[in-house]
Design a binder for this molecule. Structure first.
Ligand SMILES: Cc1cc2nc3c(=O)[nH]c(=O)nc-3n(C[C@H](O)[C@H](O)[C@H](O)COP(=O)(O)OP(=O)(O)OC[C@H]3O[C@@H](n4cnc5c(N)ncnc54)[C@H](O)[C@@H]3O)c2cc1C
Length: 523
C-alpha cells in the first residue's frame, strides 16, 4: 500500500502549479505531501486500499481569497482539463469532497469565510461560502435574527457545503432545508463565468429557470458557490427543547404521527436510542440512562411555546412516554451538534442516512437494528423529522480504519439504502460512494436529464467528476449499479462470516484506562 500511496504522490505538473501560483499567489498553492494527504478524504476515514480504485490524493490544494481567485483557478483547470473538487469543512461522509481523479482541491473554508453583511431591513445576510453555519447563526442571533435551519455539524460545516449537499438538519422541520432558506448565490461555473442565481432582497418567483434550485444539491458538480444571500427570520422570545423518554425507539412512532398531524409547528423533532447514550457513557460522556429520547424543540414567543408544549405533553402521555427534567432537555439541546463524541475512543463513526415515509417508522427501525445485528456491527440509531411526512434515520456504526476488513462494514450503507427504497425513500446524497445509484433513485429519464444538464454546463467534465452522476474509478471506468451491488453483497457475506469484533468495547476500555491514569496524574 505504501507503493500505491507513493505512486499517487507523484510530483504535480509544474506548469499547473506555476500557473496557479501566478494567478492567486504562491502562498495559496500547496503541494506538500502532508497537505495533499490531509485533503485526500472526508469525514469517513478511508482504508489505504481505496487508492487502488480512486486517485483520492489531489495534485494541488488551493486556497482562494475571493471570487476572482476562484474564477482564475477554474479558468486554468478548464483550459488544462484538470479536475477540480470543491471542499468546505469536509464533514460529509460519502466522498463528495474527496477527489477521485486527483487534480485540484479548492479549499473554500480557509480564506473565504467572511460574513459580509447582516441586513435586518431586508431580513437577509450575505456571506462567503466558506463561512461556518455557527459563525453566521451566532452573528445573526446577536441581532435578534434567526437562521432557519442548519446541520448538526454547524460548528464546522460551511454554508456552501450544506447547500451543495442539500442536507436536512436542525430547524428543517419548521423552516425547510438549505434550498428554502436562500435568496441568491454567486456561483463560478465550470467555464469560469460568474452567475447570480437569484435576487438579494426579494424572492425569485416568476423569473425564469430557477437557478437557485439548480445548484442546491448539485454536490459541487455544476459550479463553485462563492457567496450566498440567506433569508433570516425574527427570533422569537424562546427556544426550548423538551426531552421525552420512552422504552424503545419504535414507541415514538405513534407520538410522532400525532405531532406531525396536528397544527403545531415545532422547530425540530429528533430522536436517539438507548444504545447511542450507552456508547457516550462508555466514552466517558454524561448521557442519560434511558431506552429512547424524543426531543421536541419549540421556538417562538413564550405563549406560543407554552401552548405547543402542552399539546406535545398530552400526546406523549397518551402513548406512555415520560417528560424528562428540564435539565435533560437543555443538555440534549446543548449537545445537538456533538452527537458523535463517542468517536473520541479512537474509532470512526459511519452514518447511513436514509429518508423514508413516517408511516413506515416501525418496520424501518426494526430492520435497521436487525441489519446492525446480522452484520455484527456496534451501532445505534439517531434521526430527525425532515418535514411532516419524511423521517431521516441515521443509524451509525463504528469503524476501525486500520483494519482492511472494515471496508466490509460499508455494506450496511448499501443494505439500509435498499431498505429505504422499499419504504418510499432513498439514501441521502450521492457523493462518490452512491454515485452509481442515480438511475435507481431518479429513474432513467430523469437521470439522463440530469446528465444532459451536466454535459451542457461542464463540457470538459472538470467540476467534481466521478460524483453524483456516475461512479468512476481512477482509470475512468464507470461502475454500474450491478457491479456496485455485487461488491456490496460480497462484502456483507464476508462480514457475516467473520467473527464478531468488539472494537468499540475494547477501545473504550483502553480510553477509560488512559483517562483514569491522566486523572490520577492530575492531567
Ligand atoms: C457530527 C456531524 C453531524 C452532521 N449533521 C448533519 C446534519 O444534521 N444534516 C446534514 O445534512 N448533514 C450532516 N452532517 C454531514 C455534513 O456535515 C453536512 O452535510 C455539511 O453541511 C457539509 O458541509 P461541509 O462544509 O463540511 O461540506 P463538504 O463535506 O466539504 O462538502 C460537501 C459537498 O459539497 C461540495 N461543496 C463544498 N463546498 C462547496 C462550494 N462552496 N461550492 C460547491 N460545492 C461545494 C463538496 O464538493 C461536496 O460534494 C453531519 C456530519 C457530522 C460529522
Amino acid at each position: 500500500m505504501a507503493d500505491e500511496q507513493d505512486k499517487q504522490l507523484k510530483e504535480p505538473s509544474a506548469s499547473l502549479v506555476s500557473r496557479l501560483e501566478a494567478a492567486i499567489g504562491k502562498e495559496n498553492v500547496r503541494t506538500s505531501k502532508m497537505e495533499r494527504l490531509l485533503y485526500s478524504h472526508d469525514l469517513a476515514p478511508l482504508p489505504n486500499l481505496t487508492q487502488l480504485g480512486f486517485m483520492n490524493v489531489p495534485d494541488v490544494v488551493v486556497r482562494p481569497k475571493n471570487t476572482s481567485d476562484v474564477q482564475k483557478i477554474v479558468q486554468i483547470a478548464n483550459e488544462m482539463g484538470v479536475p477540480i473538487t470543491p471542499r468546505g469543512a469536509s464533514s460529509w461522509g460519502l466522498g463528495g469532497s474527496m477527489p477521485v481523479f486527483g487534480g485540484i482541491v479548492i479549499d473554500m473554508i480557509g480564506l473565504m469565510n467572511k460574513i459580509i453583511e447582516i441586513d435586518p431591513d431586508n431580513l437577509c445576510c450575505v456571506v462567503e461560502a466558506g463561512a461556518t453555519y455557527k459563525s453566521v447563526y451566532d452573528a445573526c442571533l446577536a441581532k435578534k435574527l434567526l437562521l432557519g435551519s442548519y446541520p448538526s455539524s454547524f460548528p464546522s460545516a460551511t454554508i456552501g457545503g450544506w447547500i451543495a449537499k442539500d442536507g436536512v438538519g436542525i430547524g428543517s422541520y419548521k423552516y425547510g432545508g438549505p434550498g428554502m432558506n436562500l435568496r441568491s448565490m454567486e456561483v463560478v461555473m465550470p467555464d469560469g463565468s460568474v452567475v447570480n442565481t437569484g435576487f438579494r432582497d426579494v424572492s425569485d418567483n416568476s423569473a425564469g429557470y430557477n437557478l437557485n434550485a439548480l445548484q442546491v444539491g448539485a454536490e459541487g458538480t455544476l459550479g463553485i458557490i462563492t457567496k450566498v444571500t440567506l433569508k433570516l427570520y425574527p427570533a422569537g422570545e424562546v427556544i426550548k427543547n423538551v426531552a421525552y423518554s420512552f422504552d424503545k425507539l419504535v414507541d415514538i412512532a405513534q407520538p410522532l404521527w400525532d405531532i406531525t398531524r396536528s397544527k403545531i409547528d415545532p422547530l425540530h423533532l429528533a430522536f436517539s436510542d438507548g444504545a447511542h447514550f450507552e456508547f457516550l457513557r462508555k466514552a466517558g460522556k454524561h448521557a442519560p440512562e434511558v431506552g429512547t429520547i424524543l426531543n421536541v424543540a419549540f421556538e417562538g414567543d413564550k405563549a406560543d411555546v407554552e401552548r405547543e408544549e402542552a399539546i406535545v405533553d398530552a400526546i406523549v402521555a397518551k402513548y406512555g412516554g415520560k417528560k424528562m427534567a428540564p435539565e435533560v432537555g437543555q443538555h440534549e439541546w446543548d449537545e445537538r451538534c456533538y452527537e458523535f463524541r463517542a468517536r473520541e475512543v479512537g474509532l470512526g463513526a459511519i452514518p447511513g442516512e436514509i429518508v423514508v415515509r413516517l408511516k413506515d417508522f416501525k418496520p424501518v427501525t426494526e430492520k435497521c437494528y436487525s441489519l446492525l445485528n446480522e452484520l455484527k456491527l456496534e451501532g445505534a440509531i439517531i434521526g430527525i423529522m425532515c418535514d411532516r411526512n419524511t423521517v431521516m434515520f441515521m443509524p451509525y456504526y463504528f469503524l476501525n480504519t486500520d483494519s482492511l476488513l472494515s471496508l466490509m462494514n460499508y455494506s450496511y450503507n448499501k443494505k439500509t439504502s435498499d431498505l429505504a427504497y422499499l419504504h418510499g425513500g432513498r439514501p441521502l446524497g450521492f457523493g462518490a460512494f452512491f454515485a452509481s445509484n442515480l438511475e435507481t433513485i431518479r429513474g432513467k429519464d430523469s437521470a439522463n436529464h440530469m446528465k444532459a444538464i451536466k454535459n451542457a454546463l461542464d463540457k470538459k467534465e472538470i467540476m467534481n467528476p466521478g460524483k453524483l452522476l456516475e461512479m468512476k474509478t481512477r482509470y475512468g471506468i464507470g461502475l454500474s449499479p450491478k457491479i456496485f451491488e455485487m461488491a456490496m453483497d460480497g462484502a456483507s457475506i464476508v462480514k457475516k462470516a467473520i467473527p464478531r469484533q468488539h472494537e468499540f468495547e475494547d477501545k473504550a476500555d483502553v480510553y477509560e484506562a488512559e483517562r483514569a491514569k491522566k486523572g490520577h496524574d492530575g492531567h
